[in-house]
Design a protein around this ligand. Structure first.
Ligand SMILES: [Zn+2]
Length: 225
């Protein structure tokens, strides 16, 4: 008989499916269906959903059920504002704490991103882009910030699928490489600056004008030429 999956293991698999956009924003997460798929009780699925809801990745609507969250434009901007506060500090810490093995891990990861991009594997590109930022948080070694980053990173993945402008990569690839260079050179100021610029570029590549509730920003529409 197969060993029953733990709440942790199911949580991890659902998060991965959300990050890779196999469960897009707005998808209903039916307890019964999930319980059947994973071969566990509805009580366990409820625990998984509670945890996802606690991290804002899933939204529970009373009497209707749980849905993969669809962050609004305002929430998306708040996610980036939070990342701009946290990540320069995390990378400064990483500059101080990174071992040669950590730097190799980052370089290998950038290599994986490059391969995914070359193969145009969009799901892998988004997941790997997020993981790069998570590795920096792990190297920085603050458990609480690392946990917060995990939450922000998953929300960023939801934001990217909702507002991604066509043909724009999630994270400009060479910028990750530049960040690793700055960590290796132990240049904390440069690393922090590059991180702020990088997050700015990711946010700027998103097309918030597509939000249904938002009004068309005519100035933005006619700003060019
Ligand atoms: Zn990035």
């Amino acid at each position: 008989m197969k060993k029953e999956l733990s709440v942790d293991a199911i949580h991890q698999r659902v998060v991965l499916a959300i990050v890779e956009h196999r469960l897009p924003p707005g998808t209903k997460l039916g307890e019964e269906k999930l319980a059947k798929v994973f071969g566990v009780s509805r009580t366990m699925i409820r625990q998984v959903i509670e945890r996802l809801a606690h991290d804002s990745i899933v939204t529970v609507q009373p009497n209707r059920g749980a849905y993969v969250s669809s962050p609004s434009v305002e929430e998306a901007r708040e996610v980036f504002a939070a990342r701009r506060l946290i990540e320069p500090d995390l990378i400064r810490r990483a500059v101080a704490t990174a071992t040669p093995a950590d730097i190799r891990r980052l370089r290998d990861h950038v290599g994986l991103e490059h391969a995914a991009r070359a193969a145009n594997e969009k799901r892998a590109i988004i997941r790997l882009s997020g993981e790069f930022h998570q590795i920096i948080a792990d190297i920085a070694g603050n458990r609480f910030l690392a946990r917060t980053m995990r939450e922000l990173e998953t929300l960023t993945c939801l934001v990217i699928i909702l507002y991604d402008a066509p043909n724009v990569p999630a994270c400009p690839y060479h910028e990750h490489s530049d960040l690793v260079d700055a960590i290796e050179a132990r240049d904390a100021d440069k690393a922090a600056h590059l991180m702020v610029d990088h997050l700015g570029h990711v946010e700027a590549s998103l097309d918030f004008g597509r939000d249904d509730d938002g009004e068309v920003d005519f100035e933005a529409v006619f700003a060019a030429n």
